[in-house]
Write a protein that binds this ligand. Structure first.
Ligand SMILES: Cc1cc2nc3c(=O)[nH]c(=O)nc-3n(C[C@H](O)[C@H](O)[C@H](O)COP(=O)(O)OP(=O)(O)OC[C@H]3O[C@@H](n4cnc5c(N)ncnc54)[C@H](O)[C@@H]3O)c2cc1C
Length: 438
């Protein structure tokens, strides 16, 4: 054990969640006070949804909801300070928007990453977490084992505080071994390579009704002017995102305490009520842009975007010439097959199952009757008395901490609560308040 590195905080995954935590640690000057941390990520380098960085697409939250502003607007890591450093602040103000493009926000994330990269290791995949016992059989440390892909060698690091933020993975209904069938996560890496002719008369089927589906349809219409696109979705129509101020209020950091204190039935009701603020919805401006494009094309006699409502995706069968995609058409009450050059699955993401990493700690982690971990307000998993170390979760607590948990909206709030809990500053948890609904 002596030779193994020991850190106060070990972050697993370095997307925006742990980047926010790292920036707050740096912002508070903790590292210089002999406080050590390490953030490990399996990717080769820092990246944020690069397969979906479609030029011109906007961030879905205002830039004020960056990695740190709502915690400390005076921080060096704010989006505004990034703009200043790039000498673009005046021009950005002139845009008169709170919503930068995702490409610009990604550049901001990389700018923050450059300033905290001494705390990170890339190309390292965490494989499992082992308990380290003292003589009384208490777990006094956690040993995190990881594979360094650069050296093809396994290493370990010891810590008392693990922050799991390994994100989500594409939800692909079946395994397809065909380049022409792709998930939106790979849109920009696969479509231009497989379909290089900009004027080609390609046919695309897009499945899904959320933001990624809308962005993919827009991308295809813009970049392949002679293509035909079938947009297939389960609902009766496409719905726009509800981001009105009263709905947005429930995504604020101060809505989390009241949500956390609700009973399970009420929590479910909140999630149901807020479905169209985040899931299977498309930004209204994007819907407007798509339909304007469709209308203008129709003036030239073009009709290449076909909407297919009440289509339930069943399966896809590729052959040499085309992809045959089978749907159940609820309106006609029968199965239908669409042939296309490519099938684009805008079928969302599944939260990565982090539980395999915790297998060896299972007997020490408290579970609900539904066999789910009990999560404390400070985002740690509740443990029994024997486990003296902490495991915090970022991005997996929608059920207990509300719908904002899987968005960028509350990153500084969550990072701050986790950090306070690690360094022993008491977080004040308020009683349930009726204002949550007002
Ligand atoms: C295309 C797209 C656009 C989005 N835009 C917005 C938006 O505008 N506004 C908003 O609020 N939300 C948005 N979201 C949702 C959400 O905010 C983002 O997904 C965000 O990236 C979540 O950050 P994260 O750090 O929790 O996870 P991720 O960004 O997914 O990062 C997780 C990291 O963990 C690493 N990892 C995984 N397994 C391991 C392992 N075993 N060992 C080591 N590392 C591992 C991965 O390599 C990855 O880098 C968007 C999502 C997508 C897919």
């Amino acid at each position: 054990m002596k030779d193994i590195k020991n850190v106060n905080v070990l972050g697993v995954g370095l997307g925006p969640s742990n980047l926010s935590l790292a920036s707050i640690i740096q912002d508070r000057g903790l590292i210089s006070q002999n406080f050590s941390c390490l953030f490990i990520d399996s990717k080769e380098k820092f990246e944020w949804h690069t397969g979906m960085l479609i030029p011109g697409m906007s961030l879905q939250v205002p830039f004020f909801r960056d990695l740190i502003t709502t915690h400390n607007p005076k921080s060096q890591f704010t989006f505004l300070n990034y703009l200043k450093a790039q000498n673009r602040l005046d021009q950005f103000i002139n845009l008169r928007t709170f919503y930068p493009t995702r490409t610009e926000f990604y550049d901001y994330l990389k700018w923050v990453y450059e300033q905290i990269k001494h705390l990170t290791e890339f190309g390292c995949e965490v494989l499992d977490i082992e308990p380290v016992f003292d003589n009384n059989k208490n777990i006094i440390k956690l040993k995190v084992n990881y594979l360094d892909h650069k050296m093809d060698t396994k290493f370990s690091v010891l810590t008392n505080n693990i922050i799991l933020s390994i994100g989500a993975e594409p939800n692909i209904p079946n395994k397809y071994n065909d380049q022409r069938i792709l998930h939106t996560a790979n849109l920009l890496t696969k479509v231009p390579v497989n379909f290089p002719e900009k004027d080609g008369k390609y046919s695309f089927v897009v499945v899904g009704s959320g933001q990624s589906a809308g962005e993919s349809v827009f991308y295809l219409m813009q970049n392949y002017p002679n293509s035909k696109i079938s947009w297939c979705f389960r609902n009766v129509t496409l719905h726009s995102t509800d981001n009105s101020p009263l709905v947005n209020k429930l995504y604020h950091g101060n809505s989390i305490d009241p949500f956390y204190n609700l009973n399970n039935l009420e929590r479910k009701k909140v999630h149901e009520d807020l479905q169209n603020s985040n899931y299977s919805v498309v930004d209204v401006e994007l819907l407007n842009d798509i339909f304007k494009m469709q209308y203008l094309e129709s003036l030239d006699g073009k009709n290449r975007l076909q909407l297919c409502p009440r289509y339930d995706f069943k399966e896809a069968t590729p052959n040499q010439k085309y992809i045959a995609t089978k749907f159940f058409d609820h309106i006609l009450g029968k199965s239908i097959t669409k042939k296309s050059d490519s099938l684009i699955l805008a079928t969302g993401y599944n939260k990565q199952k982090y539980t395999h990493l915790l297998k060896q700690l299972d007997g020490y982690l408290i579970k609900t009757t539904d066999n789910e971990y009990v999560i404390n307000r400070n985002y740690s998993i509740q443990t029994n008395q024997k486990l003296k170390a902490n495991i915090y979760l970022q991005g997996y607590c929608e059920k207990t901490h509300g719908p904002s948990d899987s968005t960028l909206a509350i990153l500084p709030h969550r990072s701050n609560i986790i950090l306070n809990s690690i360094i022993g500053i008491k977080n004040t948890v308020k009683k349930p308040v009726k204002q949550f609904y007002m």
